[in-house]
Design a protein around this ligand. Structure first.
Ligand code: FE2
Ligand code: FE2
Length: 126
């Protein structure tokens, strides 16, 4: 299912919103490739590796600032990222991976990332 960005997903920090949008775009691209139906396994594997690498970069980015700013909720937040890291490795089918990544990210932004919004803004993260 195609993900459509909405203002409620904004955490008010440009760099992080941009990363979330790119993360969703990769999920949409996997869906697009699958539904086009003429996709070979190589292109799918390539974009799935891209999704994993991008997700990892993004989570590491947030975690770097938790440490730098001494974010009080860091442990719980990192545990939520670790759940994604573990779970996504257990999936093999491209549709399942894209569905899981999109659903996890949209839920995670609203329930978990939104909690650092004010804290990061106060620390002047752009
Ligand atoms: Fe995030
Ligand atoms: Fe996060």
């Amino acid at each position: 299912m195609k993900f459509i960005w909405d203002a409620k997903y904004s955490v008010g920090i440009k760099s992080i919103d941009h990363q979330h949008q790119k993360f969703f775009e990769i999920c949409n691209e996997i869906d697009f490739l699958i539904h086009r139906g003429q996709t070979d396994q190589n292109s799918l594997n390539k974009i799935i590796r891209e999704l994993f690498a991008y997700a990892e970069d993004h989570m590491t980015f947030e975690e770097k600032y938790f440490k730098e700013f001494n974010y009080p909720d860091a442990q719980t937040h990192i545990a939520a990222h670790d759940f994604f890291r573990q779970k996504v490795k257990q999936l093999h089918d491209a549709t399942e991976i894209a569905d899981f990544a999109r659903d996890w990210l949209s839920g995670h932004i609203l329930a978990v990332d939104q909690k650092f919004s004010q804290f990061f803004i106060v620390h002047d993260l752009k």
